[in-house]
Ligand binder design. Structure first.
Ligand code: GLC
Length: 418
């Protein structure tokens, strides 16, 4: 009798001591197969821990996601526990995110230090890296061969080749063919594309790492005027409204010679149902007048909301999804670039996702957007920049005039300090 009582007591203690299954929510943006891929990993987490995770699907545009997150966080929203965050947001959202320094202290060292540093604000680790991003120039091997052209190494060569191949294909009855597609819509993606045109032309990074406004210079103006000359000649007029998935749509149906896009587009373009399967490859972006190529540094991270009522499980999930196993599965499934350098030596990744293996140095040498020096004002800085670029490409003012105005606006935004 006493024995049975003791056993029951032990069982009861054990049960209350064991973690109860909880339900948490993660917010994830929908580009390519990211949401599907996330669902697969969340199912594995559920199986391993018993906790269930719901996905809130966010819009594709990084800018729209940022606006929504900012609203939710300023309203103290308890419904989202984990946010998938863009690499540029750390300084702007830091105040409402949990410090992950202590919970991640055994795993941070696996990641590239620069990435961890980009997510550290005043000593607080506000997010853990899920994957990095650095763009590629996708090109149609078959069309360049057919028309006897080389892969372009400079923007000038790209424009010339795009025009020749596009016009020849159109003359051959391929009326829908375009020379070049990229991200020209007025949103964060255009800041990335235009930073690449400007930086590769020797025009700097909009705002220097020391916080100085440098964008109003002749090299930057020339880069914008060059992009303006593409619209309606090698790029469709509609490119002024394209984000990543719109460019991929044109490219993947076979209607573009070149595309600027992130690595996620590679396995999608190579899939069995893709009309461009086996007909393309990808190389680093062309160089500008400076003679070097510039790739914008992108990437996504996971952060825990300070308003979460399930912080322990949320942290466990972040650890799981940013682990080497999880990053490897993500690289294999969607070509998302690992932030754990050791994975670039992984033979399975090298075999199944050759772009990932080749992209380590492109990612390590990528150009950051000025989110660190402009701190909480980065979003406004970027918005002013992409507006000036989009206007120039639409023919409203030239590069020099629009960059002069931009400098004035940025000075007003900065006042004495960022
Ligand atoms: C990619 C990048 C991200 C960037 C976005 C712009 O998702 O990873 O950093 O802000 O593109 O569209």
């Amino acid at each position: 009798m006493l024995k049975a009582f003791a056993a029951a007591l032990v069982a009861a203690t054990f049960l209350t001591g064991a973690a109860r299954a909880e339900e948490i929510t993660i917010a994830v943006g929908s580009i390519g197969r990211d949401v599907d891929e996330m669902r697969g990993q969340l199912d594995a987490f559920q199986k391993a821990t018993g906790h269930t995770v719901r996905i809130v699907t966010m819009p594709a545009s990084s800018t729209d996601q940022f606006g929504q997150y900012r609203l939710w966080l300023s309203a103290g929203n308890k419904d989202v526990d984990v946010y998938r965050t863009d690499v540029i947001w750390a300084p702007q959202l830091a105040a409402n995110l949990v410090d992950l320094t202590e919970p991640m202290k055994d795993v941070v060292d696996q990641h590239l230090p620069a990435v961890i540093q980009s997510q550290t604000v005043d000593g607080k680790l506000v997010a853990m890296p899920l994957f990095a991003d650095a763009p590629a120039l996708y090109y149609r091997k078959d069309l360049l061969e057919k028309h006897g052209r080389e892969v372009p190494k400079t923007w000038a060569e790209l424009a010339e080749t795009a025009k020749v191949v596009q016009d020849a294909e159109r003359a051959d009855g391929n009326a829908q063919m375009n020379g070049f597609v990229f991200q020209g819509a007025a949103y964060e993606g255009l800041t990335c594309d235009a930073l690449e045109w400007v930086a590769s032309n020797g025009g700097g990074q909009i705002v220097s790492p020391e916080g100085e406004i440098t964008i109003n210079n002749p090299e930057a103006a020339a880069a914008l005027n060059r992009a303006r000359s593409w619209v309606g000649t090698i790029a469709p007029q509609g490119v002024l409204g394209y984000m990543e998935e719109e460019s991929r749509g044109v490219w993947q149906t076979g209607n573009a010679v070149f595309m600027r896009n992130w690595p996620y587009a590679y396995p999608l373009s190579a899939s069995d149902d893709s009309p461009v399967k086996g007909k393309f490859d990808a190389v680093p972006l062309p160089a500008g007048e400076s003679g070097v190529s510039a790739a914008c540094l992108g990437g996504w991270n996971l952060a825990v909301s300070e308003f979460s009522e399930h912080k322990d499980v949320a942290i466990e999930l972040v650890k799981f999804l940013t682990s080497a196993d999880s990053q490897k599965a993500r690289a294999l499934g969607t070509a998302r670039l690992p932030t754990i350098p050791a994975l670039y030596e992984d033979p399975e990744i090298a075999e199944r996702q050759p772009l990932v293996a080749k992209w380590k140095s492109v990612f390590e040498n990528a150009t950051p957007r000025p989110s660190a020096p402009t701190k909480a004002k980065y979003n406004e800085v970027s918005q002013q920049f992409w507006t000036a670029v989009n206007k120039t490409m639409a023919g409203q003012g030239d590069g020099a005039t629009n960059l002069q105005d931009l400098e004035r606006q940025l000075r007003r935004l900065k006042r004495n300090a960022w």
